[in-house]
Structures are given as structure tokens and as C-alpha cells.
Unconditional design. Structure first.
Length: 509
């Protein structure tokens, strides 16, 4: 399959169809029964399989030796040597038996809520009617999997980058896949090919053993993937909503995986099972970024609705608008988010009634001080459509007043255009940001406390992704032309570059 060169970056694609709102505990509402009684494979059956079956029955994870991602595979037997679908004979179709309720329980979907009676009837009726394949010729394409990886006519638009905590790998978003490179010589190590056409966000787990991917296929489905990238092996594929997903992030203990959705919700799953464990729906536009607090008790999210919101993880409760909610305070949607790495384990005492940006003073007090309880102090960096990075306190320390922006610590010199990605250095003393405007891009490093900036040289096009190498000595960035740049954050000098095209000739130059 050839990736279209005009594939737009996910964070900037305003024309992608919006997702439909799903109920809090289910990935999708059951489809309505066809008005004429005739069930369509392409329009009716395929979406149900995509939402409830493809996660465990796809080429990258063929559980039970059975695939549900293509019509021809549905008719084949799995490991139990029973044909999944026998046209015209539901009683002999193992797929129908597996989704049907037996004593109030269904074998499939495994570990999840059973299909609704309407969904079971839909699939059963389709089989009974002859299980016809009415897929339009224009929608049929060659398979895309590990044995048939994408073939690129031109470099893919790179919308996400991530280094693992040990600094051994650099993950690069491709088309239908994640390209895993060595962070030592930038040679291609492996290709993690999945169902999602678009990869919008990447995040390695805190222990570096798993790679989370948020993406999907626009207007069809969203998907969270969890990979054991060293093997490589797909551990979890969890579908949500009817559009692509964004802003994936791990909790500090690695037990929860959060992401944003185009149905305006924030969600989180158990990364070992894919089961949804958090749902927050107070945003009014697409949610494009998420990040956990240092202690994992809260989750921050940013949206095209020009707000950053705080959710309590344990209760799934919306807690606060971190940014100002005053009309006009922010000039555009927020697209990029990162939390400043944890400060040393000390308590922080604040002095003075004025906690504004210019007069706020902090005294670090050892955690064993008897009169001062330990305090978790989180700072969040956000940016978006107006190009201005801003630093905020995650937790409010003064009562809200209409018109205030009390959590704001400081703003930074704006980049040209919109900022698609930000990333802190490992010590939190600096951060990097990238932007795009009128076919051009810029990548910069800023000193967090002073705002001093360094512009990176030889950025050849719009930039959509940025990641800081764990040793702090290099920043990776990439964007529209598929080139991954490695810069010295202290000087802005280009250290290395390579094109994210998986061929034998790929490598640093």
C-alpha cells in the first residue's frame, strides 16, 4: 500500500470528520437495525467488528488464530478448526456462537462487556442472509501488516516522536506503523505495523518496556495500541470512538494509560487489558493532549476549546480549569502539553499574599521538617494555535476569581504559527517547542525559568513533533517532509538528520 503524500498532521487537521459521542463505559453505541431488513457487511457488520473484535483478532495479534479484519478471513477457521462464518447457516458459524449469550455470558469479546442484543442480531441476520460481501471496489485495498508493510512513494508526515527512558530507541510515527530506530546510530531496528492508518501520539512506559500508540483511521475508529517493542509484539489494541485518538500518556506507576478523543472526552485504560477505567467529558472540543501529575492522582488535558482541565483519577471527577476561562484570555486551541519533571523530594512553602508571576517566592524545606507537610508541586507547559508557550501550576493555590489566570507562572516568546508539540528536558531546566506556518517550520529550545531561547538551524519544513533525548544532549524533531532532525539544544546546531522511510538505505547522513 502506498501512503498518500498529502497525509496531513493529525494535530493540525481541522478537516477530519468529528467523532460521535460514546457512552462512558462502552466504545460505541449499537447500530440501528437496517430499515429494509437487509444487513450490509460494509456499512453494518464491519463497524461492529472494528469496535469489538479487531483489537484481538488482527494480523499483529491473531488471537485464537482467527482474524476479523477482512471479509475472507471471517469465513476461515481458527485454532479450533471451526469456520467462523458459514454463509446462510448461523448455527454452524462459530463467530455467532462466540458472541451469543449462554447462561447470561458470552465468550467474546474476551474480558469485555458482551455485544448488545441488537448487535448480536445484526451479525446473526447477516450470516443468515448469506453473509454477502458488499464492500465497494474503491474501498478494497491490499492488506497492511507485518508481512505486507506500507510502501512509501514519499516520506511520511511525522506527527509524533518519543525516546525510551534509557535512550536506546527513538520511535517515529509513520503510516499504519511506528518506525523504531536505534538512538545511537539512527538505523532502523523494527517496524510496528498495526491497524491504525494514522499515528498521532507515542509514549514509552516509565520502565521503558512498553510503547503506547494513540491514533486510528479518520472518521472510522480510534485505537490505543500497547507494544512490547523489543520482541516486537502487540500486547493490547483497544478501540474507542469513531475517530482518531490523541495525546497518549502513562501514569507514573505505569498502571494507567490516558488519551484524548475527538468526541471531546478524556479517557484512560488499564494498559494490560485495554479496559476503560476513566472517562471525563467536560471539554467542548477535541482533546489533543494529556499528562499525569507526579503522584498520578490527577490528569491534565488540553483541547481545541482553549482550555486545560484537571481530572481526579480515582473519582473520574472534573476538578478545575487550570487555565483562565475568561473569553479572550487565550487566543486559540491548546494542542501541546507536557509536565515539568519532578522537583527534588522537598516540601515547598509559599510566602506572601501576592502569588503572581513577578513576586511569587518559594522556599524549599526538607520533607522531614516537623511543621511543614510535604507538598507536591506540579508545573505544566502548554501551547497551541497562538504559538505562545505558557507555564502553569497544575493545582490552584488561591480562590478562583472571575477574570483571573492565577495558575499562570509565565509566558514565553511566541513561535511563528501554531505549536504542535512541546517537551521538557530531563532536568526540567529547558524545554523544546516546534511550530508551523505557511509551509515553514521552526524548532526552539527555551530556558524554563528565564525564557532565554535558542533557535535550531536547518529546519526544512513545518515541524509537528519534538522529543528530548534522555541524556539531555540532543533534541529530535520532525514534521511534514519526513526528515527527523537531531539538534544540540545549547547551540541550535544540527547534529544529524535522517529521512523516516523504511528502506535498506535508511540511516543517518
Amino acid at each position: 500500500m502506498t501512503a498518500p503524500r498529502a497525509l496531513l498532521p493529525a494535530l493540525a487537521a481541522a478537516a477530519v470528520a468529528g467523532g460521535l459521542t460514546a457512552a462512558p463505559l462502552r466504545a460505541a453505541d449499537p447500530p440501528a437495525a437496517p430499515a429494509d431488513g437487509k444487513v450490509s457487511y460494509y456499512k453494518d457488520v464491519r463497524p461492529v467488528l472494528a469496535q469489538h473484535c479487531n483489537g484481538c483478532h488482527q494480523p499483529a495479534k491473531p488471537q485464537g488464530g482467527y482474524l476479523t479484519t477482512g471479509y475472507a478471513d471471517l469465513l476461515k477457521p481458527g485454532e479450533r478448526e471451526k469456520p467462523g462464518v458459514v454463509p446462510g447457516q448461523p448455527a454452524k458459524s462459530y463467530l455467532v456462537d462466540q458472541i451469543a449469550l449462554h447462561d447470561g455470558k458470552a465468550e467474546m469479546p474476551k474480558g469485555r462487556d458482551p455485544l448488545t442484543p441488537a448487535q448480536v442480531k445484526l451479525l446473526t441476520d447477516w450470516v443468515a442472509q448469506g453473509a454477502a460481501d458488499d464492500t465497494p471496489a474503491s474501498a478494497k485495498s491490499a492488506p497492511v501488516d507485518a508481512d505486507h508493510p506500507p510502501v512509501y512513494a514519499a516520506p511520511p508526515v511525522v506527527t509524533a516522536l518519543a525516546f525510551d527512558p534509557a535512550g536506546e530507541y527513538l520511535a517515529v510515527a509513520g503510516f499504519h506503523e511506528v518506525l523504531l530506530y536505534s538512538a545511537k546510530d539512527y538505523r532502523l531496528v523494527s517496524r510496528l505495523v498495526g491497524l491504525s492508518e494514522r499515528v498521532n501520539a507515542l509514549a514509552f512506559s516509565p520502565d521503558g518496556r512498553r510503547l503506547a500508540v494513540a491514533g486510528g483511521s479518520p472518521g472510522r475508529f480510534g485505537e490505543v495500541q500497547v507494544w512490547d517493542h523489543a520482541k516486537p509484539r502487540l500486547l493490547v489494541s483497544a478501540p474507542f470512538t469513531f475517530d482518531t485518538l490523541y495525546g497518549v500518556s502513562w501514569s507514573p506507576d505505569g498502571k494507567t494509560l490516558a488519551f484524548g478523543c475527538a468526541d471531546n472526552t478524556v479517557r484512560a485504560i488499564d494498559p494490560t487489558s485495554g479496559k476503560q477505567v476513566l472517562f471525563m467529558g467536560t471539554h467542548s472540543d477535541w482533546v489533543l493532549g494529556t499528562v499525569f501529575s507526579q503522584d498520578g492522582k490527577h490528569l491534565a488535558s488540553v483541547s481545541r476549546d482553549m482550555s486545560m482541565k484537571l481530572t481526579e483519577v480515582a473519582t473520574q471527577r472534573f476538578m478545575d480549569n487550570v487555565t483562565s476561562i475568561t473569553p479572550g484570555a487565550l487566543k486559540g486551541g491548546l494542542m501541546a502539553l507536557d509536565r515539568r519533571p519532578a522537583l527534588p523530594p522537598v516540601a515547598i512553602k509559599l510566602f506572601g499574599a501576592d502569588l503572581g508571576v513577578k513576586t511569587r517566592r518559594m522556599q524549599k524545606v526538607p520533607t522531614d521538617a516537623p511543621d511543614v507537610p510535604p507538598k507536591v508541586y506540579d508545573e505544566l507547559l502548554v501551547a497551541g494555535s497562538d504559538g505562545t508557550p505558557r507555564l502553569y501550576k497544575m493545582h490552584r493555590e488561591v480562590p478562583r476569581v472571575i477574570g483571573d489566570d492565577a495558575n499562570k507562572v509565565r509566558g514565553y516568546e511566541a513561535l511563528p504559527g501554531r505549536v504542535a508539540s512541546v517537551a521538557f528536558s530531563p532536568d526540567g531546566k529547558h524545554f523544546a517547542a516546534c511550530s508551523s506556518l505557511d509551509g515553514k517550520g521552526e524548532v526552539r529550545a527555551y530556558e524554563t525559568d528565564t525564557g532565554k531561547k535558542v533557535a535550531f538551524e536547518r529546519v526544512s519544513g513545518p515541524a509537528y513533533a519534538v522529543a528530548w533525548r534522555p541524556d539531555g544532549k540532543a533534541v529530535a524533531s520532525a514534521g511534514f517532509d519526513g526528515t527527523v532532525w537531531l539538534h544540540d539544544p545549547a547551540t541550535g546546531k544540527l547534529l544529524n538528520e535522517f529521512v523516516a522511510v523504511p528502506t535498506a538505505a535508511v540511516g543517518a547522513r
